[in-house]
Design a protein around this ligand. Structure first.
Ligand code: NAP
Length: 281
């Protein structure tokens, strides 16, 4: 299969590795706004061929992957669909869905497009961040599958099945709501925690010397790029605001228990929080 990947960063690059490793792709064409990223992607063996002609690269592909940040996604996906025919299947890997799907709802080639979100990633960006086997054993959310042609959905299911992903199906609104809870809020809290510690702890050396596993794991996501996250927060604003309000209520409650010396209350709240163990073993 010939695959064209538009946006050859962490996710596009990791997909390239997995598609090659499984033998699904015999030729991968890459398109990217960054000539340097394209050059690196070729040097790293992620791509067989760089291209600066989006329409031509789409036309030569069996499968087209759109893996650009969410603000660019809103303009790049319609351009890809403009260039697609019934021969191609197009999928995105974007982290928010409702606005994007509304944007292409009336496109004549909408049925060649399948909206998916691999729940896999790291805090790093660019082709050098590509990871072999990134998707194995992880969940893939397929959104509004009924709006795509059955053969397009079947091809995407076959690809991600070969990458050993677990497929779940939901509509775009439900996807955006649930990802606000499980992904977007974790990033906001991690950014806030990093800002808090950087403000209170003036010495980089002290942070470096004392940072333990707990701090590192909670603050890891704060290394993520603003180019990635500002558009995600903007496109999922209402859901993120809703979950952020609840989070602030929880923080204020914990603060109150601490300020009033209510150890029993604090103990009970931590016991409640421990119930997460039942979900995340
Ligand atoms: P990334 O590492 O920054 O890669 C994105 C690539 O797209 C970069 O090379 C970027 O170039 C390029 N690009 C930006 N605008 C473009 C345009 N208009 N046309 C062509 N190329 C363009 O980002 P990523 O982490 O792979 O994320 C890609 C998508 O996957 C996003 O939609 C994100 O929401 C989704 N996603 C991310 C994760 C994660 O953990 N990161 C997980 C699941 C899904 P520049 O470097 O010049 O900007």
């Amino acid at each position: 299969m010939v695959v064209t990947i538009i946006g050859i960063g962490l996710i596009g690059g990791s997909l390239a590795l997995s598609l090659k490793e499984t033998g699904l792709a015999h030729h991968i064409i890459g398109v990217d706004q960054s000539p340097e990223n394209l050059r690196q992607a070729v040097a790293l063996g992620l791509l067989d061929e760089p291209s600066s002609d989006l329409a031509e690269a789409v036309g030569r592909a069996d499968l087209v992957v759109v893996a650009v940040p969410m603000d660019a996604m809103l303009t790049v996906l319609p351009q890809v669909l403009d260039a697609a025919t019934d021969r191609q299947v197009v999928f995105d890997v974007g982290s928010t869905k409702a606005l994007l799907l509304a944007r292409v709802a009336d496109h004549p080639n909408r049925r060649r497009f399948v909206a998916v979100h691999p729940m896999a990633g790291t805090e790093y960006s660019g082709p050098e961040a590509a990871v072999p086997g990134l998707f194995r054993g992880k969940t893939l959310v397929v959104c509004d599958a009924q709006a795509s042609a059955p053969d397009a959905v079947a091809r995407v299911e076959a690809v991600f099945g070969r990458l050993a992903m677990r497929l779940v199906y939901m509509d775009a609104q439900a996807h955006d709501l649930h990802t606000a809870y499980v992904s977007h809020i974790s990033h906001i809290t991690s950014f806030a925690l990093a800002l808090t510690v950087l403000k209170k702890e003036q010495s980089d050396q002290q942070i470096f010397a004392l940072a333990s596993g707990g701090f590192e794991s909670t603050v890891r996501l704060a290394k993520s790029s603003p180019d990635m996250w500002v558009p995600i927060f903007r496109q999922n604003r209402d859901n993120v605001l809703d979950v952020l309000d609840e989070h602030l209520r929880q923080l204020r409650h914990l603060r109150e228990l601490l300020a009033t010396g209510d150890d029993a209350g604090m103990y009970e709240q931590i016991q409640q929080a421990n119930l997460i163990k039942k979900i995340l073993k």
